[in-house]
Write a protein that binds this ligand. Structure first.
Ligand SMILES: [Zn+2]
Length: 221
């Protein structure tokens, strides 16, 4: 599995025309580059509704994602990442992610999927610590587990519903080891690849090894 993450500066939901056009160009270039490199997935965050209604921002966001995916034929699939909902960011409710996918023409829909970020989902108010199964079931109802292609495994410094996007080492944040034990042992997610976005500290390789070892231990019996 090979995935890229697009630039955080891209905002396909902005009401600012200049910024919107720049964002469309940048997003298109990201997708073209992924096609050239033969990558399976391009992960992108839904945009920010910096002014106007959230609904119209969401509609514009959906329209522009659809347009770029349509304009850049190929095999790379665009994964919409669940967000923490900081400020005006879209995609912190499963319904918003679904809205970005469901209204697309079938050809576009087939090239869209979802990246589930554990820290974001928790900070957005879904209680992965207290009721893991209810969150996964809700995701399945609203978006569909069939659309889940990638998981970002991160603990959260921000509390449940805090909308703070701050990652922590696995087990060292508000989520704790229990949530990751459920996730690592969930048969519904067995085939879904996962990526660490935990803090790197002074020795990134050592930090990643430590977090990976924690996840492996939690995946065990
Ligand atoms: Zn993430």
């Amino acid at each position: 599995m090979a995935a890229s993450h697009d630039s955080y500066l891209i905002n396909l939901a902005t009401p600012d025309r200049l910024l919107r056009d720049k964002s469309v160009r940048a997003f298109r270039a990201e997708l073209e580059r992924c096609e050239l490199l033969g990558l399976e997935f391009l992960v992108t965050h839904p945009g920010n509704a910096t002014a106007g209604s959230r609904d119209s921002a969401l509609r514009q966001n959906a329209e522009l994602i659809g347009q770029v995916v349509w304009d850049v034929p190929g095999r790379t699939r665009v994964l919409l990442e669940t967000t923490a909902g900081t400020g005006s960011s879209l995609g912190c409710r499963f319904e918003e992610i679904a809205a970005l996918i469901d209204g697309q023409p079938a050809e576009v829909r087939a090239r869209l999927g979802v990246c589930f970020d554990t820290a974001h989902v928790f900070a957005a108010g879904y209680d992965l610590r207290g009721d893991y199964d209810a969150v996964v079931e809700r995701f399945d109802e609203v978006i569909g587990l069939g659309r889940l292609e990638l998981i970002h495994c991160n603990d959260s410094l921000g509390a449940l519903g805090s909308r703070r996007d701050r990652h922590a080492d696995i087990g060292a944040g508000e989520l704790g080891e229990g949530a990751f034990r459920h996730l690592m042992q969930d048969p519904r997610l067995r085939s879904v690849p996962r990526v660490l976005e935990t803090p790197k500290g002074e020795d990134p390789v050592a930090a990643d090894r430590r977090n990976l070892a924690t996840l492996r231990r939690l995946a065990g019996p």
